[in-house]
Design a binder for this molecule. Sequence first.
Ligand code: ZN
Ligand code: ZN
Ligand code: FE
Length: 762
Amino acid sequence: MFRAKIIRIKGRVQGVGFRPFVYALAIEFYLKGNVQNNMDGVKILVEGEVVAIDAFISALSVRKPRLAKIDKIEVTDTNVEGHQDFEIIPSSQDGKSELIIPIDTSICQKCLQDLSDPNDRRYRYPFTNCTDCGPRYTIIEGLPYDRPQTTMRHFEMCIACQQEYENPLNRRHHAQPNACPTCGPRYVLYQDGKEADEEAILQKTASFIEDGKIVALKGIGGYHLVCDAMNEQAVQRLRDRKRRQHKPLAVMARSLSAVEKACAITAYEREILTGVEAPIVLCKKREQALLPENIAPNINTIGMMLPYAPVHAVLFSYTALDFLVMTSANPSKLPMLYQDDAAFSYLQGLADVIVMHNREIVHPIDDSVVQIFMDGRQQLIRRARGYAPEPYPTQENVDGIMALGSQQKNTFALGRNHQAFIGPHIGDLDGLEMLAYEEQELHHLIQWFGIEPKLIVIDKHPLFSTREIAKRFHLPILEVQHHHAHMVSCMAEHNALGENSFGIILDGTGFGEDGNIWGFEILYGSEKSFERKGHLSYSPLPGGEKSILDPWKNTIGMLISMFGEKQGTEMCNRLFPDRMQEIQVLKTMVSRGINSPLAGTCGRLFDTVAAMLGLCLNQDYDGEAAILLSEKADIELLNKVEPYSYEISNVSGCYCISFKNMLKEIYQDIQLHKEIKVISSRFHQTVISAICDIMKQVKKEKTERKIFCSGGSFHNEFLAIGLEKNLSKLGFQVFLQKEIPTNDGGLSFGQLMIGQNHLKEE
Ligand code: ZN
Ligand code: ZN
Ligand code: FE
């Protein structure tokens, strides 16, 4: 039977050699028609025998190019027009849609083989790449993506490389960063500030690492500090020099089997680790610890990744070590280190040896971080290398909207037609350097994508630096409430805009409509507007948002405000006997209302309980206390224990939860030396139970049954899975974020979608 069909493919199908692949496949199956890129993917028209068309369609997914990612294939019938051949035709929209920025991807198997073959001309060459792998975003100066518009333009290809580049049958055909030892970039090694005259630089580097030294290594997206992860003293030295005592360090393992020696991983985690994005995956430590405790102190996971750049593979080839610490070299509160001059001066004294190369990085990018829940669900904690700035297709037209994100874990988002580009993870926007960095990346992407901004969306917080950046554009500014943006981010990720739904936002801090600090919010609404249906009762936070790093100060604020000066102070003195003097000062601040804004946030509630239990009084990094507390919970117990007591009141239609009784019972349990895992499990159960109680009430008022969950606390799998399970039992359909970070990294996406609605309504 002769038929004509239209096949629409969505996913990562542009800029990855997909159309030539489709072309070759169509020829192979004797099909006529054409293929073209359009706004949200690739559109194929085929005419031929039904059997051939079916075989063609299944071959599309099975044999797709390495970097292609197919999210959806839609097939519809159409009329036979009698095409005579198969051709690649120009894009259906204006040329803009083609200008996507390819992502940096991990080295492919074939290139790995080239590296390890002593007879290959690229044997141990650390810049080996091909059409299926290598750096992209980080080396691009302008679009379209072509060698003269990358930092590879400084290297003239040798004859052999040029031939590969021009030969359509070669796997390095049009591989823009193509290079070899004759013509390409090279590494140099600096020791004591002097350039070391060494032939085998990476061999030398490996032996320095074996000797326990700390090496600064320039890679794809910036500089890493590297040391032997099995060498406890070396790891400690790195921590001391970086002044980071607790923050977990990422580890690069030689291979999957090495990962499995240290961690118990699932099939899905294996798949993510070996994927083209090659992120850091948070893997469960084995009971019998292999790596020293100071890699990830007091927590059950290690951030593991596999060698993703050729230089990593070469480094491992020179040593028998299985694990290397690979942590970004930038000082805290400063942008990624990627420019050689800055790196060179900063790294003196921090690293024993500096190993840099002469391929310039234009756009620094961090390693991405992925977490897989025990039920197999994926969460993106840090969306950077391998993911950004890949476009995210939107149902709505988001053209010309620019959303500047949050102050912490900042990302920005830009809209072009039906695509949202979420920029890479920038970090916390504290300090002028970070602001300058954010603005630089923002301007680059605006220019590259050819976007003409019409509207800037920012967070309502009066002190967020994004407000300063926004003002400099002299464009209309829309202010959006923090948790509304979180909710819409999740709704948009699930293509659920336009209808009213519920939002449960459990978060660190965010500026509330009433001027207080919000972060434990039950909302109802859509991208158009929202109402607050429930929240946590407020308590003073002495020191304000600056106290985020001092969980124990939350405890003082909560206990003194809830139990009164006398009883509250007594409780605090017993919990923190060596801090009695400071408690007096904080007590005065709280009772006189000096620099003690009111807050009701999930993050701060976790901090309070973690500090009460002595798990974490001062944090080395944001989220430490909450992680330590959640890791003490026990999934078996969680389903069995009774929640602590709490009270819910209704103030003119909005429910308010008070955990005063819970804190008292926890305090008593601590005095009775109850097991921490029981206390933590009961605490989690209490939070879940209180939210469910409110949802039972609001369920009576509304007919909608979808709940969108967002906010940093949803990285806590006990909370996320527990809530989902219990809310489902109540008849709700619960959605969590997956590809867009649930933390503030996903905020810009929600802001963008609220901005889109604002423009539509205007
Ligand atoms: Zn390759
Ligand atoms: Zn060459
Ligand atoms: Fe937030």
